[in-house]
Design a protein around this ligand. Sequence first.
Ligand SMILES: NC(=O)c1ccc[n+]([C@@H]2O[C@H](COP(=O)([O-])OP(=O)(O)OC[C@H]3O[C@@H](n4cnc5c(N)ncnc54)[C@H](OP(=O)(O)O)[C@@H]3O)[C@@H](O)[C@H]2O)c1
Length: 325
Amino acid sequence: MRFAVGFTRRWHGSGNLWLIILVSKNNQQKILITGATGLVGTHLLYACDPENVVGTYYTVKPAVDNYSYYYLDLQYPNSIHTLISEIEPTHIIHCAAKSSLDWCEKNKYENWRINAEAPILFAQICAQNHIRYLFISSDMVFDGSDGFYSETDATNPLSLYGKAKLAAESGIQKINPHAVIARIALVYGLPLAPDRGSSFLTWILSRIHKNQTVPLFKDQFRTPISVNELVSLLFELLFSDYCGIVHVGGPERLNRLQFGKYVCQAFELGEKHLIESQLCEIEQIPARPRDLSLTIDKLNSIVETKQLPCLKNLEYWAAVSNRVA
Ligand SMILES: NC(=O)c1ccc[n+]([C@@H]2O[C@H](COP(=O)([O-])OP(=O)(O)OC[C@H]3O[C@@H](n4cnc5c(N)ncnc54)[C@H](OP(=O)(O)O)[C@@H]3O)[C@@H](O)[C@H]2O)c1
């Protein structure tokens, strides 16, 4: 991992997980992580020394854990202004979002305020105050008809969530050309604390543990990324001098069924709960993109973090969950 002047790293054995701890050498730099109660946000937060980071929550204030949390409601611009003027961060990773496609379709005004307008306001304040800004976007800006998307491929979101993320991207680029826009792929991993986010992996595991069937599409493709590697990559991008859009996906294009088979293999669960299904046979509103695989050549030209194959990462998560159990 490459670091900006002023930061170093140390490895920290915290309970059951090894974490990278980013330490500011001179304590003059402060990272603000929005959405620090979600899956990705918690992993980002816990990778930092508590002295150098502040997280935000929205629904429930997290239990005491050495970290500082501020309330943030992305629907209200004043909430964003107050947060930044109180904390005076040097770096912001804007992770908070509403990412349920169905919720965004049903709540179109809230979706727009949260997923489009708020990230642009962050970008504007960051540009005015020389704060390094990294916005987390999504592979959902594509329609999924082609796959292997690069940063220069045409976008065409199918959902209001994807449309809001795309509007945020273009607003940010106009107002803050120094920002990083990380379009991330499907994230998997385990949460670092109870009620701190969920993923496709936790959904599969919970259905199997409840003895329920797990329907998995054979014709829907993503480039899934493990949350621990995502964190490493996002910090490298934050501390690099890269500006603009970059795809942050895993190294393999997998369909949902293959991912489920890897989960069963890594967690030694057997495949009897898995049921093969087809996206093309199910009508959903909004339509789910078929192939959102991302190419990561640009990412690999910027960063040093090397990603493991999906099965190896799942074996890592299986080892983590065995230690927790
Ligand atoms: N997970 C994926 O597979 C994936 C894929 C592509 C892109 N992304 C993007 O990656 C980012 C992180 O995803 P995630 O899976 O970690 O999300 P998540 O687990 O759903 O967490 C969302 C976070 O946003 C906060 N939040 C929600 N509504 C808010 C509001 N109105 N005001 C302020 N904060 C609010 C939540 O706070 P509370 O918990 O306190 O309510 C939570 O901390 C998001 O931008 C998402 O769009 C995720």
